[in-house]
Design a binder for this molecule. Sequence first.
Ligand SMILES: Nc1nc2c(ncn2[C@@H]2O[C@H](COP(=O)(O)OP(=O)(O)O)[C@@H](O)[C@H]2O)c(=O)[nH]1
Ligand SMILES: Nc1ncnc2c1ncn2[C@@H]1O[C@H](COP(=O)(O)OP(=O)(O)O)[C@@H](O)[C@H]1O
Length: 213
Amino acid sequence: MSNDRTPRRGVLLIVASPSGAGKTSLCRRLMADHGNLELSISMTTRGIRPGEVADRDYHFVSPEEFQELIDQDAFLEWADVHGSRYGSPRAPIDKALEEGRDVLFDIDWQGAAQIAEKCPEDAVRVFILPPSLQELRRRLVTRSQDADEVIERRINNAKGEIEHSDMFDYVFVNDDFDRSYSELAHIYHAERSRRFRNVWVEAYRDDLLQEDV
Ligand SMILES: Nc1nc2c(ncn2[C@@H]2O[C@H](COP(=O)(O)OP(=O)(O)O)[C@@H](O)[C@H]2O)c(=O)[nH]1
Ligand SMILES: Nc1ncnc2c1ncn2[C@@H]1O[C@H](COP(=O)(O)OP(=O)(O)O)[C@@H](O)[C@H]1O
């Protein structure tokens, strides 16, 4: 019997939340724990923050470069968020899927909707809620990477984003970090195990049925 677990159909795991609810921290840990999961590194026109690394956290580009990429149809999805443009480059996603890997997206509800429409079977949408808006503010202030007016803008946008949580497949509250991480990891594991993604199972099952006992 072969132990080869390919071919398989990859998961497009989309994690969204209002800014500050904790999606980046949860996604980083999920990536660290799962070698087969690749983070989709977005392009953005926003400026780099202290502590961020270009091409690790985002590909930082000018508005003109971003527009050129739209014209070339280089994005699986893109959207205007908090006054900047963000998009998921298509090529690395296609490559990861071809190689049997899963792809993780830290994107907003607009991007989640576009991917779910284009790839309805592969997309799994997870929305993370904050324990309260007051706690959201506290986390944004504690993260201390944004100017005061940027934080206010993000808090003002939070309700609009939370309103869209009803289009997501899974929703949970990020109160205790470890408990929330376990919830996210369980969702990923269950989705990864779905039969239709594990294309190899069919041949494996046939081998089992033909085995002499
Ligand atoms: N549609 C879309 N949204 C993105 C993409 N990359 C990031 N975002 C979203 O843009 C918003 C702002 O992201 P960011 O500037 O990193 O701020 P943060 O959420 O406070 O860490 C968040 O909701 C991200 O999930 C992308 O490629 N496409
Ligand atoms: N469960 C949690 N409890 C307390 N603080 C948290 C929790 N999850 C994340 N944080 C902190 O909140 C801040 C915002 O988290 P981050 O992951 O950057 O959010 P987002 O990517 O959604 O904007 C960070 O300083 C992070 O360490």
